[in-house]
Write a protein that binds this ligand. Structure first.
Ligand code: AMP
Length: 116
């Protein structure tokens, strides 16, 4: 755990979050500033800065993260209408929290993938 990392502290239970799914290796919680009716962040409990670092260091954990995101999509009723799962990575993507997290977005039509 990185004690300076917001999402490590959420995973440790030190900072409250609305948890919707958890496994031994992953945690999913609602975004504090949602941009869609469903906006859940899915993280590994272990600290990896971004999706590239995660995939390189621990591909099995990356698979756990994807499975957790799929489980949340099912549980939130997003499978039928569809949803978006995205990983902001680095500066051009505007990544703010450097503990890898998938944004699971759904509950309404999401529009074009990128802002014009
Ligand atoms: P990113 O820009 O991909 O790094 O996204 C970071 C996300 O974390 C933003 O959408 C924030 O709204 C969200 N966020 C920041 N602090 C919290 C928190 N304490 N609980 C839940 N979501 C948070």
């Amino acid at each position: 755990m990185d004690t300076d990392c917001l999402f490590c502290r959420i995973a440790a239970g030190e900072i409250p979050a609305t948890v919707v799914h958890e496994t031994d290796t992953t945690l999913a919680f609602r975004n504090i500033n949602p941009e869609a009716p469903v906006h859940v962040l899915v993280i590994p409990r272990a600290h990896h800065a971004d999706v590239v670092a995660l995939a390189q260091a621990d591909p099995g954990l990356a698979a756990d993260l994807l499975a957790a995101a799929a489980a949340v999509a099912e549980a939130e009723g997003l499978r039928g209408d569809g949803f978006r799962l995205l990983f902001n990575t680095g500066g051009y993507a505007g990544q703010e929290v450097f503990h890898v997290h998938g944004h699971l977005l759904g509950g309404r039509p999401l529009g074009p993938m990128l802002a014009r």
